[in-house]
Design a binder for this molecule. Structure first.
Ligand SMILES: C[S@@+](CC[C@H](N)C(=O)[O-])C[C@H]1O[C@@H](n2cnc3c(N)ncnc32)[C@H](O)[C@@H]1O
Ligand code: SF4
Length: 417
């Protein structure tokens, strides 16, 4: 871990205490009294594996997939049964992997969740471009899906080749999306690939909005140490120039920025499983964030099934946050939406933001990272770039290390970050 990351963590958490993940609290899960609780379900199967992708996934096999979904439904009931009655939640997101590979059983998973939870803000599903057919979209819509997110990565043939993916025909997407509508149609892109110019990205954004998207997510390419991809990340300066141009282009077009990476063509279009105060995650590698806990399920599909079949929760590691650590975590993910509302912070923690991080916010304002309007802090383009930059650090310092270990060991004894 870099010295800079460690120092920042110590400053912000006001402690020398590192983040300690253990398997001491595997079965503890208290969510009864939490508001703004989201749900997430992970489906770890893909038809073909992309070598740049860090997510938990294996090659699709029907038998394994069915065994996995049986275990998933068992995990849902075992968590849901801890709450008497039905708990109100916000949204449900299916991610992966490629959730559409389990489309035949999606309805069953949703029904299992609806036995324990009331979903008030719709259901989102991540799709591979090859899933976008009128028939598939109709099935998803009939199952209650209201938002879809399609992993395009790039419409440019050269960049699809760099990423080892088949090229996507926008006309085919448009035809399917014209036939079946959703409240949010988001498309994912990766930028900062070798040789990529602003014109390439602008063309991707325009094509996305012309073929049926009302929301785009533009992620910088991250070169995870444990993936076998040979693609190298672009140097900081070039990346910044690209990001500034993307931001100026989208805001100039009047597309509201609703998170660090996302822009929409209409205000209501939203797709984010990250910016929620608390969430319950089901399936392998799924994370759960509660008042003072963060837990991660095992990354091994086989061990996940075995654990759940034996009647236990598939928790691999849990961290019991100190209040300061939880505050830092809260602020990090709230800032992802580019806005921090001091009132919401005070409601969540029962203490004013000013009292805990007044100095940091003042310094960030003076440095031009934030502006304050109607009491709410909003990130400037400069602030957004440094957030990007810091998130990249964070991803490589924490997520890369943790996922790297968890891909090899199903239930590590502990991880110290
Ligand atoms: C689980 S995948 C998307 C859904 C679907 N499986 C697909 O490939 O189309 C989620 C998104 O993460 C992003 N992503 C994956 N690997 C990445 C990397 N190394 N750097 C940056 N973004 C990445 C991609 O934009 C991808 O669409
Ligand atoms: S990018 Fe999508 S399709 Fe490719 S391996 Fe990752 S989850 Fe699977």
């Amino acid at each position: 871990m870099s010295f800079k990351t460690t120092l920042t963590r110590m400053w912000l958490t006001r402690s020398f205490k590192p983040f300690l993940f253990t398997n001491e609290y595997d079965e503890e899960l208290k969510f009864e009294d939490l508001d703004n609780l989201g749900l997430y379900v992970h489906i770890p199967f893909c038809e073909r594996i992309c070598n740049f992708c860090p997510y938990c996934k294996v090659k699709f096999e029907e038998e394994l997939c069915n065994r996995y979904i049986d275990a998933l439904i068992k995990e849902i009931h075992s968590v849901g049964n801890r709450y008497p009655g039905k708990k109100t939640t916000t949204s449900l997101y299916f991610g992966g992997g490629t959730p559409a590979l389990a489309v035949g059983r999606l309805g069953e998973i949703i029904s299992a969740l609806e036995e324990h939870f009331i979903i008030t803000e719709g259901i989102g599903v991540e799709l591979h471009p090859s899933n976008v057919t009128p028939d598939m979209l109709r099935i998803l819509k009939a199952a209650g899906v209201t938002k879809i997110s399609i992993g395009i990565q790039s419409f440019g043939e050269r960049f699809s080749r760099i990423l080892g993916r088949n090229n996507t025909d926008p006309e085919v997407l448009k035809k399917a999306l014209d036939e079946v509508s959703f409240e949010t149609v988001s498309m994912d892109f990766i930028f900062a690939l070798p040789g990529q110019t602003f014109e390439d990205i602008k063309s991707d954004i325009d094509t996305a909005f012309n073929c049926g998207a009302n929301h785009v997510a533009i992620y910088p390419f991250i070169d995870f140490t444990f993936t076998s991809s040979k693609v190298k990340a672009m140097p900081k300066r070039e990346k910044r120039a690209l990001l500034d141009k993307i931001t100026a282009y989208c805001t100039g077009k009047g597309y509201p920025r609703n998170s660090i990476w996302t822009f929409s063509s209409k205000e209501e279009a939203r797709y984010s499983s990250m910016t929620r105060d608390n969430f319950l995650g089901f399936g392998c590698s799924a994370t759960t964030l509660l008042r003072d806990r963060f837990k991660i399920n095992t990354f091994s599909v086989e061990e996940y099934c075995k654990r759940v079949e034996s009647g236990r929760l598939p928790t691999s590691l849990t961290i019991k946050f100190t209040t300061r650590q939880r505050m830092v975590y809260y602020l990090f993910w709230t800032a992802y939406s580019t806005k921090v509302d001091p009132k919401a912070f005070e409601e969540f923690f029962g203490v004013p933001l000013k009292k805990k991080y007044g100095l940091e916010f003042k310094l960030a304002e003076l440095a031009g990272f934030l502006t304050r309007k109607d009491g709410i802090y909003t990130m400037t383009p400069k602030g957004a770039f440094y957030y990007h930059y810091y998130e990249n650090f964070y991803t490589l310092a924490y997520i890369d290390k943790m996922w790297g270990i968890m891909r090899k060991e199903a239930f590590p004894e502990k991880i110290i970050l």
